[in-house]
Design a protein around this ligand. Sequence first.
Ligand code: CMX
Ligand code: CO
Length: 140
Amino acid sequence: GLSRLDHVGIACHDLDASIEFYRSTYGFEVEHEEVNEEQGVREAMLRINGTDDGGATYLQLLEPTREDSPVAKFLARNGEGVHHIAFGTGDVAASANGIGERGVRVLDAEPRTGTAGSQIVFLHPKDCGGVLTELVQSTH
Ligand code: CMX
Ligand code: CO
């Protein structure tokens, strides 16, 4: 089942400026940074706290790498702000199947690669009370 809040995804225009805001305002540090071309993002993970399943909770800062990406489209419509939430699971395919059987549209037929080799799927925001929702299975 779902065992933690893995991260909150935040859309921003300028990743370096956003990282600096979270560092200077709250003292949060970047644990991991990468480009995910499939998702069309340059991203940074800021670790906030550990969780009792041995995982952690992060902020995921997201800058678009191309104009036709989900984050670019979101920024054009809404400006900067909270883009999605992500729950951690030990088995993303099983979690997605179970949630799909309850009538929620699963946007990815097969899990895709997320941060640091994790496996991810997205659920349609229109079936989740307006909240774009991601399920994440970490590699560890
Ligand atoms: N949160 C809530 N609602 C959202 C949304 C979001 N992030 N993005 C779009 N919507 C809503 C729009 O407001 C719109 O609603 P209305 O019809 O009421 O106006 C509707 O969904 C359709 O919006 P759209 O701009 O036409 O967007 P698309 O349907 O083309 O795409 C979505 C929406 C969710 C299917 C697409 O963004 C998607 O597939 N996202 C998953 C992948 C992703 O977001 N990757 C980046 C993050 C990667 C990571 O976390 O690692
Ligand atoms: Co995410």
